[in-house]
Write a protein that binds this ligand. Structure first.
Ligand code: AMP
Ligand code: FE
Ligand code: FE
Ligand code: ZN
Length: 284
């Protein structure tokens, strides 16, 4: 295992990051990381490019994904590490989520277009072919049109879930998500489970069920988790013997989050590598 900081949550242009997977690998090196996980939303399409870029760098790259799940009305993100990307159920379910995201984004754009000049073509220009479409790409299109200053401003206004333009998209339950990841040999970690207003979305009974199904850990060190959310999560990690991870959730220039602003302990990485059997990490 390389020395250097461990950052287990980043996005490339395969989803809503602004750097290609290869550029992301080089950004991780430049930031002095020893280990970085690539966790694009609902897609493994960046893995091959990341693997090729890792060669000769000395970096350890953990292939992963941030799986969308829905818990009632709430969207719950589930990080997935070192699973088999050729698993039939993974392929089928992530394709279904990406397709739902695409049509949902088209409907959001249709509604926005009633009030602001904006076309679906604008959004496609902000995304890569076959990538995972989300509100960040609509945000970039709104910025390009001059309707808002940046992504954050877009999310605070036109793309806010209470704006009237918003709608949800299909995703499996968190329990089905954990089963899917574990079934493909991977390790699931609840992403930023203590964000403002969401500290209690996954209650103790749900955590117990997810743990029974194979949940590996909780992403506690993350800028979006509140202080009280973190305190509660540490108690739950202790009670249910869950690993504690930390990460940046880097999106390139798409978010203020910087690589290695939060990190994971080496013992946790070792346990992760020993637990997940669906795919090997990429080591340069
Ligand atoms: P969606 O999954 O399409 O509903 O969009 C949610 C995504 O938008 C998340 O993955 C976040 O990374 C991103 N996001 C949420 N809030 C912001 C923000 N204020 N600035 C930039 N990106 C954001
Ligand atoms: Fe994102
Ligand atoms: Fe997330
Ligand atoms: Zn993320």
């Amino acid at each position: 295992m390389p020395t250097g900081a461990i950052d287990l949550h980043t996005h490339s242009s395969v989803s809503d990051g602004t750097e290609t997977p290869a550029e992301l690998v080089h950004a991780a090196l430049a930031a002095g990381l020893g280990t970085v996980a690539l966790t694009d939303h609902d897609s493994t399409a960046g893995w091959d490019e990341a693997e090729a870029a890792t060669s000769g760098t000395g970096l350890l790259v953990v292939p992963g994904m941030e799986l969308s799940t829905n818990h009632g009305p709430a969207s719950v993100h589930m990080l997935a590490y070192l699973f088999d990307p050729t698993d039939d159920d993974i392929i089928r379910e992530t394709a279904r989520i990406r397709d739902g995201r695409l049509h949902r984004a088209e409907r959001i754009v249709d509604r926005i277009a009633e009030d602001y000049p904006l076309t679906w073509h604008d959004v496609l220009e902000q995304s890569v072919d076959g990538g995972t479409i989300g509100r960040p790409h609509i945000a970039d299109a709104l910025v390009a049109r001059g309707h808002v200053a940046d992504r954050s401003a877009a999310f605070a206004s036109i793309l806010h879930w209470r704006s009237g333009y918003y709608e949800k998209y299909y995703a499996p339950s968190p329990l089905a998500g954990v089963e899917l990841i574990v079934g493909a040999g991977g390790a699931p970690v609840l992403a930023h489970p203590g964000t403002r207003g969401r500290e209690w979305v996954i209650d103790e009974k749900n955590i117990a069920r997810l743990k029974d199904a194979g949940l590996f850990g909780l992403e506690i060190h993350h800028r979006d988790n509140t202080a009280s959310g973190k305190a509660r999560l540490f108690e739950l990690a202790e009670k249910f013997d869950l690993a504690v991870t930390g990460s940046s959730d880097y999106h390139g220039t798409g978010k203020p989050n910087r690589l290695a602003e939060n990190t994971t302990a080496p013992e946790v990485l070792e346990l992760l590598l020993a637990t997940a059997t669906g795919h090997a990490p990429f080591s340069g």
